[in-house]
Design a protein around this ligand. Structure first.
Ligand SMILES: Nc1nc2c(c(=O)[nH]1)N[C@H]1C(S)=C(S)[C@@H](COP(=O)(O)OP(=O)(O)OC[C@H]3O[C@@H](n4cnc5c(N)ncnc54)[C@H](O)[C@@H]3O)O[C@H]1N2
Ligand code: MOO
Ligand code: MG
Length: 425
């Protein structure tokens, strides 16, 4: 008798998995190695940014009150008493009708409360500064300035003590800029899970091998390694396992002593050589589910043993890809305390009819161009082409109807950093 499995919804599957996520703890890494990691602590501003009032323009720092009454017919003149670039601090205090020639980023001199852009002045009386560079000794303006005009104020970006990012944030290039701003040489980030990958199937050959009758090359193993890498996690690749229970059990047992999580592919369905169900049983693992109301990947099985996840992804490549993004990735991110564990979602206009109805929720490998989305070709569970061509997954809820060109559909965007091929703005 073939085992009858009861399918659960995708969201119930995600919920059961997420409920099991244990935290991995944290470690310190050098700033330059923190890219792609998850912050273990909130990032709090250690000082005001900017930490001094500064000029946002190349121009002249003046006292605004001296500009009162300036107009096209009544130009007001200033004497230039100093000349500073960013990094320099003027020792002068700006007095009545005086100005300091100041470049973008330089600290505002004492006494000044406004900056006149170079373009807003008419310069006269050329002279030279200490280094011999030409400066204008005087200039006139034709409009009054308000106190605070053209000033980048201390603390306007961030004020000391303010929480800028919560714990669980992904360290992206902008985060690196923040960390550097506050002088972090080392950053406290979540430990990375050690993730094992075991491809199962007597039919599997390594990518370097010539094809043989009845055999195929193992594409799931390298694919999962890359899916992990895309989220900053390195993997431990186990040699593909033939479909023999004792060997497989031994490899899985070994892997569980070395890894926080083991991802297997293949052998989770009801076939005579689908041995993962027996492996889970022999290990005494707690199987969270073994059937999900989704296509592809309905046979995806997830179990836990001693706080370790066992992801039994389907052997079919499209199902394997989808199962990783929907189930394994969020779980691994939760182990790292990440804030945003689920794939980026959007909605788009369907660019092609999708006639067939299906009672299960479908995840169709697709190409998304920023506006519309269309299936990426041959789209069966065993397809490799559509995962290779696609950059998105169309989500078609289960039901009795098909979908038409122009329908608005939900879209998942794994690997957002890959970007778009068209400029949509
Ligand atoms: N009688 C039934 N048969 C099947 C059912 C079912 O419910 N009843 N489910 C089907 C569905 S749905 C799927 S999906 C597959 C799942 O199969 P398994 O997860 O058990 O995986 P395998 O049987 O090992 O392999 C399936 C398929 O994928 C190829 N494969 C396996 N590993 C890899 C790899 N590392 N790289 C590339 N391709 C791989 C394998 O050669 C098979 O062609 O079961 C259906 N059957
Ligand atoms: O699990 Mo299968 O991929 O639904 O076709
Ligand atoms: Mg099978």
């Amino acid at each position: 008798m073939v085992e009858v499995r009861i399918p659960i919804s995708v969201s119930e599957a995600v919920k059961r998995i997420q409920a099991e996520a244990g935290m991995l703890g944290s470690e310190f890494v050098p700033l330059e190695e923190s890219y792609g990691r998850i912050l273990a602590k909130p990032l709090v501003a250690a000082h005001d940014v900017p930490s001094f009032d500064r000029s946002p323009y190349d121009g002249f720092a003046i006292r605004s009150k001296d500009s009162a009454g300036a107009s096209g017919t009544n130009r007001v003149a200033f004497e230039v008493v100093d000349h500073i670039g960013a990094g320099a601090v003027s020792g002068k205090k700006v007095g009545k009708h005086q100005a300091v020639r100041i470049m973008t980023g330089a600290q505002l001199p004492q006494g000044a409360d406004a900056v006149v852009m170079l373009e807003q002045t008419q310069e006269s009386g050329a002279a030279a500064d200490a280094e011999g560079a030409a400066i204008s000794a005087a200039f006139t303006i034709r409009k009054p300035f308000e106190a605070g005009e053209n000033i980048s104020f201390r603390g306007e970006d961030m004020s000391s003590g303010e929480e800028i990012l919560p714990a669980g944030s992904l360290v992206h290039p902008g985060t690196i800029a923040l960390l550097a701003t506050f002088g972090y040489e080392r950053v406290e980030v979540a430990k990375l899970p050690v993730v094992g990958i075991l491809s199962t199937g007597t039919e599997l050959l390594e990518p370097g091998s010539a094809l043989q009758p009845g055999k195929i090359r193992n594409s799931n193993g390298p694919m999962i390694a890359a899916q992990l890498r895309r989220m900053g996690v390195r993997s431990r690749m186990y040699a593909a396992a033939v479909d023999r229970l004792d060997d497989m059990l031994e490899t899985v047992r070994q892997a569980l002593t070395e890894c926080d999580c083991l991802i297997t592919t293949g052998g989770v369905s009801v076939g005579d050589f689908d041995l993962l169900p027996a492996v889970y049983e022999q290990l005494g693992a707690n199987v969270l589910f073994n059937k999900v109301a989704m296509r592809p990947g309905s046979v995806t099985t997830v179990a836990v043993l001693d706080g370790r996840y066992l992801f039994g992804l389907s052997g079919n490549p499209s199902a394997c890809y989808t199962g990783f993004e929907l189930f394994a990735r969020p779980a691994l991110l939760s182990m790292m305390g990440a804030e945003r564990v689920y794939p980026m979602q959007t909605q788009a206009v369907l660019g092609e009819d999708f006639g067939k109805a299906n009672p299960f929720t479908r995840f169709v490998r697709a190409v998304y161009d920023g506006r519309s989305v269309r299936p990426a070709g041959f789209n069966k569970s065993n397809a490799v082409s559509s995962i290779g061509r696609g950059n998105a997954l169309i989500v078609l809820p289960g039901g009795t109807r098909g979908f038409k060109t122009g329908d608005t559909v939900d879209v998942l965007l794994p690997g957002m950093e890959e970007g778009s091929s068209v400029w949509t703005l």
